[in-house]
Write a protein that binds this ligand. Structure first.
Ligand SMILES: Cc1cc2nc3c(=O)[nH]c(=O)nc-3n(C[C@H](O)[C@H](O)[C@H](O)COP(=O)(O)O)c2cc1C
Length: 312
């Protein structure tokens, strides 16, 4: 037991990050049933869809689970109302300030964690009263820190900046990396990429196959003028990179991305023209596995990694 397993009432301090177009009830329930914490990714759900996933989640697991909400979501007030009215116990917020919503969620008895990419924002989270912090390095899939701070550099600094329970995210693809995150000061990990490529993820098969075939260097952080995002280098990425190299502004970049680019790429499987969000560690994933196998591997690898000879 540690502060993260106690805070969320889970067996393993392994959180499946909320992920647009990937983390519906099937994935989140599988992670919670395997002893981790599954999070529904509300960022790609209309309010009615979120309600449906909450209802299915309640039927699919008796274990603790939660919801991730990016705070810049346009229908945020409606989503928050659904979450509170449905009796959800855990919320992970991201992409915005936790100041406004944390007191409201606390009043409803909800445990709140917030995702940051710097020590500065970690301190702001502490001021806002959140219960735990996820510190995410720029190896991660999805939206990302503008400053490009890696997980290895970020975690010890956030550890010093706050005394709150700390969850490390970004580039964690094996049990050894969980041990490394712990050595850096984290008490739990949030994993996205591995679970986005799991059997139970709602991402398109074509997206998963494209990602498991990747090599190192096949993703790149771009779109800093919009929201910094790590993308697979496909045709769409090529056009974005070319435009960015000649100084394209936010409006032009928005035009190149087009409407619903991440849905097109991740959910509908248009691997050439869609926005394919995945982390650097995808190049270490070679096959699509069920969540139970991924969790077993993480636990086994973590335990065997503890048997090392001290270096110093
Ligand atoms: C496809 C994809 C979609 C994501 N969508 C979200 C999201 O909606 N909200 C969020 O807070 N983080 C999102 N993330 C980030 C994850 O929750 C997680 O923090 C990150 O993937 C961890 O790094 P890793 O990919 O190296 O494991 C997304 C990541 C991926 C790969």
């Amino acid at each position: 037991m540690n502060r993260i397993t106690e805070l969320f009432g889970i067996k393993y301090p392994i959180i499946q990050g909320g992920m647009v177009w990937c983390s519906g009830w099937r994935l989140a329930a599988a992670v919670s049933n395997a002893g981790g914490l599954g999070l529904l990714g509300a960022g790609s759900m209309h309010p009615e869809t979120l309600q449906e996933h909450i209802d299915k989640m309640k039927a699919a697991t008796a274990r603790p689970w939660g919801i991730n909400i990016p705070l810049m979501y346009p229908e945020i007030d409606r989503l928050m109302k659904i979450i509170i009215d449905s009796g959800v116990r855990i919320v992970f917020t991201s992409a915005g300030s936790p100041k406004k919503f944390t007191p409201m969620l606390h009043e409803a008895g909800i445990t709140v964690a917030h995702v940051v990419s710097s020590s500065l924002f970690a301190r702001k989270c502490e001021e806002a009263g959140v219960d735990a912090i996820v510190a995410e390095g720029f190896e991660a899939g999805g939206h990302n820190g503008r400053e490009e701070t890696t997980t290895m550099a970020l975690i010890p600094q956030v550890r010093k900046a706050t005394s709150l329970p700390l969850i490390a995210a970004g580039g964690i693809g094996c049990g050894q990396a969980i041990l490394a995150a712990q050595a850096l000061g984290a008490e739990g990990v949030q994993i996205g990429t591995l679970f986005a490529l799991a059997e139970e993820s709602s991402a398109a098969e074509a997206f998963k196959q494209r990602c498991v075939a990747m090599s190192e260097g096949d993703t790149m952080l771009c779109l800093k003028k919009l929201a910094p995002t790590r993308l697979v280098k496909n045709d769409l990425y090529g056009r974005i990179a070319e435009a960015e190299a000649r100084g394209a502004d936010a409006e032009e970049l928005r035009g190149i991305l087009g409407h619903a680019a991440s849905k097109r790429g991740i959910f509908e499987g248009d691997t050439n023209e869609g926005e394919l969000e995945i982390g650097q560690v995808a190049s270490a994933v070679n096959k699509i596995m069920p969540v139970s196998e991924i969790m077993d591997n993480l636990v086994t690898e973590y335990r065997s990694a503890m048997n090392f000879e001290p270096l110093l």
